[in-house]
Design a binder for this molecule. Structure first.
Ligand SMILES: NC(=O)c1ccc[n+]([C@@H]2O[C@H](COP(=O)([O-])OP(=O)(O)OC[C@H]3O[C@@H](n4cnc5c(N)ncnc54)[C@H](OP(=O)(O)O)[C@@H]3O)[C@@H](O)[C@H]2O)c1
Length: 285
């Protein structure tokens, strides 16, 4: 069985490739990347694939049995056609199964909703493809919060608009483990899974970071409008709106979900504390 993984140069794609190497061996995996030079370190066959280029995917998916489609990073209005390029090329090449990394969240009521909508449209396109399929809806990654710790210290703690809302954070390695199982095992065909951990508040997140990193972070709740304005100023309109929309979503409960992680992975999701401890251990290596 040959499995191809798109965006293999990225952090999620490469984590999935690494997990699959452990499961089925490197000779059975093909990494597809827009920037191939950033994926060669993985030690598997690498083929070229820009989501904007349907022809590249026609070539990249030759001889492939199953493809893992990592959702793109482009503006939501561009993503749908980009993902269709991969789905159409998969159909044309006789690929049997497609697994898609979607996102949790509400399709309406937050500034992040346009991205959620575009992911839901790709889910529909995957289901309509006629191929076998499985869909994961990724929880919010915890890693960016850990990378941001020095800024949290400078900014006088964690300050955002999530309020008392809870978020079921996950991590790229946790997702990679679940996706490897969803690709390999037929019992996941036709399933949509929320790939999230146990939901926690921002105050609990601060406590976990304090415990592992010996910091003294506190949490301060800001209004949705004030936080959006601050993020846009720091990150520009597109990314600022996306990030602010995620915290607005946490506030309204969009990320406090029943998790299907165990069904997908065959084991429970790691606790946020354990994940943060592992991140710190890896930093020290
Ligand atoms: N759940 C969350 O909290 C969360 C947070 C951020 C993102 N996401 C989603 O998760 C996905 C993967 O995240 P990540 O951690 O792997 O991000 P990442 O490390 O920034 O990687 C992004 C990947 O997307 C690839 N890419 C961008 N445009 C492309 C195109 N036109 N054609 C083909 N590949 C393209 C990049 O390729 P190059 O190496 O060529 O640039 C790179 O491999 C993202 O695409 C996004 O949809 C989720």
């Amino acid at each position: 069985m040959k499995i191809a993984v798109t965006s293999a140069s990225g952090q999620l794609g490469s984590a999935i490739v690494k997990q699959l190497i452990k499961e089925i061996g490197k000779e059975n995996i093909i990494g597809i990347a827009r920037t191939t030079s950033k994926a060669t370190h993985l030690g598997v066959e690498i083929r070229e694939g820009d989501y904007n280029n349907r022809e590249q995917f026609n070539t990249a998916l030759k001889g492939v049995d199953a493809v893992l489609l990592v959702s793109g990073m482009d503006k939501p209005e561009n993503r749908i056609q980009q993902h269709r390029n991969v789905i159409e090329a998969a159909k044309q090449n006789g690929v049997q199964k497609i697994v898609y990394t979607s996102i949790v969240g509400h399709e309406e009521n937050s500034a992040f909703s346009p991205i959620v909508q575009s992911n839901r449209q790709t889910e529909k396109d995957v289901i309509a493809s006629g191929l076998q399929w499985a869909i994961g809806r990724n929880g919010i990654y915890i890693e960016p919060d850990i990378e941001y710790i020095d800024n949290y210290i400078k900014e006088d703690g964690i300050r955002n608009s999530a309020g008392d809302g809870k978020c079921g954070y996950t991590s790229r390695p946790e997702l990679a483990y679940a996706y490897s199982q969803m690709l390999i095992e037929e019992k996941h065909n036709g399933k949509v899974y929320n790939l999230t951990g146990k939901a926690i508040t921002q105050t609990e997140l601060a406590e976990i970071i304090n415990q592992v990193y010996n910091t003294k972070l506190t949490y301060t709740s800001l209004t949705v409008a004030a936080y959006e304005e601050a993020r846009k100023k720091a990150l520009g309109d597109f990314l600022g709106t996306v990030i602010a929309g995620i915290y607005e979503g946490i506030k309204i409960g969009a990320y406090d979900l029943v998790s299907d992680y165990e069904k997908a992975a065959g084991r429970p999701h790691k606790s946020t504390l354990k994940i943060v401890e592992e991140i710190k251990k890896n930093e020290e290596k």
